[in-house]
Design a protein around this ligand. Structure first.
Ligand SMILES: Nc1nc2c(ncn2[C@@H]2O[C@H](COP(=O)(O)OP(=O)(O)OP(=O)(O)O)[C@@H](O)[C@H]2O)c(=O)[nH]1
Ligand SMILES: [Zn+2]
Length: 310
């Protein structure tokens, strides 16, 4: 029988079967997956085959190929990773123009890593109830910028409910991960979307065993329209990844499109003659803030800091 893993409590997995039942499952057999040394072979979001037993519980016998997954490295010492969630359909990045301010560098780095992981992102601008005129103008400019690049944007107040209907629609039929840095209102938003569950009290814990093994129990919450929200503490972004200088621009959509016209095909868009990207920035066809974020990643990469940033 096929099912979706919606909760991982360490020793048990809760699987929702295709006919809508919730079944407590254990793993049977050896689940070493190609290419990953993981502390947990199965994560929320995995599609699995289960074999029912007489007690009404089941064994997970097979795991289907993942379209993507996010990991956290268990510790610096071990090379093992902990898979936090699999098969994400999208990520909703919650940001704020103020209280606290989310920088465009943070947004653009997040978008770049999501591009690398091939997870579509939508941006939620929260706390619109709290902004003054200048902040609202800046907010609209940002929405304009990111919508044009191809990232859908939402303007909401998790506090008073403005804009929540559009967010609910975006959740339908999708497995969604919420991200955003501390204080932007993720918990407030998720609680508003899931009034029956208090996220802060959801059963999620972490334990350490000789400093080598860390497990985060994660859970997906059902939303109307066959969608799920993943809220795993500690995920601020995607994992780390290595890339060459000339690859960074692949993760900035509009820079990548323009780079076709650069004189050199390995142009890094910094000092090279005949760089179409720099020209587009001068002509305000590419935003200065996006270009700055792009340079910022290149610089950090050179200093070996980029990996540490996520
Ligand atoms: N004015 C206003 N305040 C909000 C809104 N949403 C959240 N807040 C407030 O912002 C603060 C942080 O909200 P949280 O929901 O805890 O933020 P979080 O992103 O979950 O933060 P972490 O748990 O640290 O990751 C709280 O004091 C909320 O009441 C909003 O739409 N408008
Ligand atoms: Zn160039």
């Amino acid at each position: 029988m096929r099912g979706l893993v919606i909760k991982n409590t360490g020793s048990w997995y809760q699987v929702k079967t295709e006919d809508g039942r919730l079944v407590e499952c254990k793993i049977k057999g050896n689940f070493r997956l190609k290419g990953i040394r993981s502390t947990n072979p199965i994560a929320v979001g995995d599609n699995v085959q289960i074999i029912m037993n007489q007690e009404g519980t089941a064994f997970i016998s097979e795991i289907e190929d993942r379209k993507n997954y996010i990991v956290r490295r268990s510790s610096n010492l071990s090379k093992q990773s902990h898979i936090l969630a699999a098969n994400l359909d999208q990520c909703l990045l919650v940001v704020t123009v103020n209280y606290p301010e989310t920088s465009t560098i943070f947004i653009d780095r997040f978008l770049a890593s999501a591009e690398a992981y091939q997870v579509p992102v939508k941006i939620i601008f929260n706390k619109v109830d709290a902004y003054d005129e200048d902040e609202l103008r800046y907010l609209d400019a940002l929405i304009n910028l990111y919508t044009q690049i191809g990232y859908p944007c939402f303007k909401i107040s998790a506090k008073n409910g403005d804009g929540l209907e559009e967010v609910k629609q975006a959740l339908e039929g999708n497995i969604t991960l919420f991200s955003g840095h501390s204080g932007v209102g993720k918990s407030t938003l998720i609680n508003a979307l899931l009034p029956d569950i208090d996220i802060k009290t959801a059963e999620i814990s972490t334990y350490h065993n000789k400093g080598m093994h860390t497990t985060t129990f994660s859970e997906m919450f059902s939303v109307t329209g066959d969608g799920y929200i993943i809220d795993t503490p500690g995920i601020k972004g995607f994992g780390t990844f290595d890339m060459k200088d000339e690859e960074v621009s692949h993760y900035f959509r509009e820079i990548f499109e323009t780079s076709d016209k650069c004189k050199y095909n390995n142009c890094t868009h910094r000092h090279e003659p005949g760089c179409a990207v720099r020209k587009a920035v001068e002509q305000h066809l590419i935003s200065e803030s996006r270009y700055t974020s792009y340079l910022n990643i290149l610089e950090d990469k050179e200093e070996g800091k980029y990996r540490a940033a996520y």
